[in-house]
Design a protein around this ligand. Structure first.
Ligand SMILES: [Zn+2]
Length: 333
């Protein structure tokens, strides 16, 4: 064997080893998937098919409470939910005015927009759904805007909320009110399991309480500077649409987590995902937590039964149970 022959054999051997290594590395591996559990424990459907490239994005802007008396029988209970009223103005008037202004701004940017009344078309399928509302409380002190995603949140809904939060906070200068209520998460138009007239499961959705109608400063802003409010919403929508990956169908699927229970005595729910944040509730052995989302080693949860307590627990403080989740009735805040 000449040295050149030996070299060729060695090269051939190295290539063979290389091929083996390469093919071993390319062997099929199980795909990493988020936990998608039906209440029955079944794995939910696979990733939805993305829309064809070049399709104009479709955005639904719902004017909260508008024509609520025309709600279908399945939502008969909410026909009388007229929303807030203050300073001679009904909430639906503000909601509709802002929705129409934002629709004009988005249409000018090539977006297909539906301005929707209280009744959402069955399984409403769009790239964005925003329910526009204005808050009302007893007294005039409370102010600021609130944003929430549905009970079951997809990555897309979370990204939409982040983009809207940024734009709305920056452009309106209104303070953000973090007191998200379960009524916002449990918004009837998000509840595709219970109602036909609701968004499709894969429609990225948020509810925006634009400000407090019962606060004179917020009310003046929403009525006298409705153009600014609308521009903030349109900017947030466009920022979301620009940043999203239209081919990422998995982002549209709501991630579902098993119900959790405390893993040890003394577990507390905090107002923010950090040690030292305000304690909202102390849990006991019988406490059960419904998980909305996960971030930086914390779960965002609501305490079953005490539906008003929405906060955060460290992932390591709880453990999953296979018990069923029975959410409270749908609301129209
Ligand atoms: Zn409302």
């Amino acid at each position: 064997m000449t040295s050149s022959h030996l070299a060729r054999v060695l090269v051939a051997a190295l290539i063979a080893v290389g091929l083996l290594v390469t093919s071993a590395m390319a062997a099929p591996r199980p795909l990493m998937k988020p936990i998608l559990l039906d209440p029955s424990g079944a794995i939910m459907q696979p990733t939805p098919t993305p829309r064809p490239a070049g399709t104009a994005p479709r955005v639904g802007l719902q004017a909260g409470h508008w024509l609520s008396r025309e709600l279908p029988d399945e939502l008969e209970r909410l026909r009388t939910s007229a929303g807030a009223f203050a300073g001679g103005i009904a909430e639906w008037e503000v909601n509709l005015d802002v929705a129409q202004r934002a629709a004009a701004l988005l249409t000018a940017q090539g977006v297909t927009v539906d301005v929707l009344p209280a009744t959402v078309p069955p399984a409403y399928d769009a790239d964005v759904f925003i329910a526009l509302h204005a808050d009302g409380v007893a007294g005039s002190a409370a102010r600021g805007y609130k944003l929430a995603t549905p009970w079951r949140t997809s990555r897309a809904s979370a990204a939409l909320m982040t983009a809207l939060d940024q734009a709305y906070g920056d452009i309106t200068g209104l303070p953000r009110d973090d007191a998200i209520t379960i009524n916002m998460r449990g918004y009837y138009a998000f509840n595709y399991r219970r109602h036909v007239h609701a968004v499709a499961r894969t429609t990225p959705s948020v509810i925006l309480e634009m400000g407090f109608l019962t606060n004179p400063t917020d009310r003046a802003f929403m009525t006298e500077q409705a153009d600014v409010v609308a521009a903030a919403i349109a900017d947030g929508v466009m920022a979301y649409l620009r940043a999203r990956d239209p081919a990422d169908g998995a982002a549209l699927l709501p991630v579902e987590y098993p119900m959790q229970r405390p893993a040890r005595p003394g577990v507390v729910v905090r107002s923010a995902p950090r040690d030292g944040a305000r304690v909202l509730a102390e849990l006991d052995d019988d406490s059960r937590l419904v998980v909305f989302s996960a971030r930086d080693g914390w779960y965002e949860v609501v305490v079953r039964g005490s539906w008003r307590v929405v906060g955060w627990v460290p992932v390591g403080d709880v453990m999953p149970t296979d018990e069923m989740i029975a959410p409270p009735a749908s609301a129209n805040p």
